[in-house]
Every structure is written in C-alpha cells, then in structure tokens.
Design a protein around this ligand. Structure first.
Ligand SMILES: N[C@@H](CCC(=O)N[C@@H](CS)C(=O)NCC(=O)O)C(=O)O
Length: 252
C-alpha cells in the first residue's frame, strides 16, 4: 500500500465520486484526489482490481465503490460518524442509500448526460478538471471518442433520458414525503450518510454552488436543462438538497 493519505480515484464531474469525497471530508479523513477522464479512469482502476469510480486506494485496502468508502470512513477511529449507531436506524439508512444509488444516481446521470453530451464545450472543462498533464492537454482530442462511449455505456437516448427524468421526479416525491413530518434530516438521528447520498446524487438536478467536483456553470446550461433545474430546485426535495450543501458541505 502507498504511504501517506489514501488516493481517491475519481472523475471530477461524477456525483458518485462527490458522495465519496463529501463522506471522507465530513468524517475528517485526509485523502488525495486523483481525477481521470471518464472511461480512461479504467486504466487506473483496473491496476488496483477495480472498475468504476470512485475507488479509494491505500489505508490497507482498495475500496471499490462509494458505499464501501463511506462505511470505511465511518468506522475509522476518531472519525465523525456518518451512519447511525443503532441497528434499526443503521439498516434504514443503508436501505435508503441503496435505493438512492439505484433510482437517483443512475437516472440523474442519464438525464444530465442526455442534455450535456450534445454540448462538448460545456463538458470538456468538467471532464478535464483536476486531470494531470499530459492527459489534460489531449482531452479535447479525446472528447469526440468519449462522447459516443458514454452515450452507449449509460444507454443515453432521448426516450431513456425522458423516462429517467420521471424516475428522479418520483424519488424527489418520496424524499419530500419523508420530510413532510417536519424532520430536519432523512434519518431522524441527525445529518449523515443518507443526506450526503441524496444531496450528492441530486446535484446534477439542482446544481449546488459548492459541489466538490466540476459541474457546468448554471448560467450556461442549455435552456431546456436550466428549466428542469429551476423546477427541481424549487421542490421540497431540491430545496433540502441545496440546504444540505449550504449547511454541511465545507469548501475543501
Ligand atoms: N455503485 C457505484 C457506482 C459508481 C459509478 O457508476 N461510477 C461511474 C461514474 S458516475 C463510473 O465509473 N462509470 C464508468 C465505469 O463504470 O467505468 C458506486 O456507488 O461507487
């Protein structure tokens, strides 16, 4: 294992990577982020026996997805707790997080790529943020190859993107229902993993100001995307995601 702080392999734009970043930061764990271009990240993740990002390397292990990273961070001595300690609340949090990964993570991404893939000028700075030279310099040349790969990999078609927007709207409704009893956080015990998961995975729909990776600037979004973002931000779940960012996402 490399000495020093663990390495977090990421794609800057990725909301699953944001979930891991935020969890590590909130728990108070030092790490070094190593950003890659989408799909080229596989060259680095394969080397450590992993696939998708985020991956945390070091700290005596290779953690291959955002939930494992979050659970590891939660268990570190001296870390600020991310998961409830009581068994019932803990399994409630984990169940909710897995639902959010599946229904919000996957579908928010597909919808957002549906809007952004036709706009390479907006995507390029998001993909190349934090990527080291020389890859960063060749990113403009690679982008025309990456876009069809992403489209195919995430099955981004107009029909799928529209269906994904309906799926995320249903998640926003379910979250609003949960909050409708006046609770301040998704799990009554207090702020933690479930809130981080929801707010990070909702980021492509609400564009929080202090997102830890790189999103396109809100004023430059294409009109149809901006309209959806404005609508989602105003919903109770959207307002909640933005409030979690404002209150609990410290600048790094
Ligand atoms: N369940 C995984 C999902 C991660 C995921 O889907 N990551 C995307 C980026 S948002 C990715 O790496 N996709 C390309 C790949 O699978 O290589 C997690 O929670 O970490």
């Amino acid at each position: 294992m490399p000495a020093g702080a663990p390495r977090l392999l990421t794609v800057s734009l990725s909301h699953f990577c944001e979930k891991a970043r935020w969890a590590l930061q909130y728990a108070g764990i030092d790490y070094r982020e190593e950003a890659h271009l989408p799909f080229l990240h596989r060259l680095s993740t394969r080397r450590v026996g992993a696939g998708s990002v985020p991956v945390l390397v070091g700290a005596g292990a290779v953690l291959k997805d955002s939930e494992s990273i979050l659970r590891w961070a939660d268990a570190q001595p001296g870390a600020r707790r991310l998961l409830p300690t009581g068994a019932a609340a803990r399994s409630e949090a984990l169940e909710l997080m897995r639902y959010l990964d599946r229904e919000l993570g996957v579908h928010a991404r597909r919808w957002a790529y549906g809007e952004l893939l036709p706009r390479p000028a907006l995507l390029l700075p998001c993909f190349s943020a934090g990527v080291r030279a020389p890859t960063r310099y060749v990113a403009p040349l690679l982008l025309p190859l990456l876009r069809p790969l992403i489209r195919r990999g995430y099955r981004v078609t107009a029909a799928n993107a529209a269906a994904s927007l309906e799926r995320v709207a249903a998640v926003f409704e379910r979250i609003a229902e949960r909050l409708s009893d006046g609770r301040a956080y998704l799990i009554e015990e207090g702020f933690g993993a479930a809130d981080i998961t929801f707010a990070s995975l909702a980021a492509p729909l609400v564009f929080p100001e202090n997102y830890g990776g790189r999103l396109p600037p809100l004023p430059r979004l294409p009109a149809r995307m901006a309209e959806v973002v404005t609508r989602m931000r105003a919903l109770p779940a959207g307002t909640f995601a933005l409030a979690m960012y404002a209150r609990h996402r410290a600048a790094r």
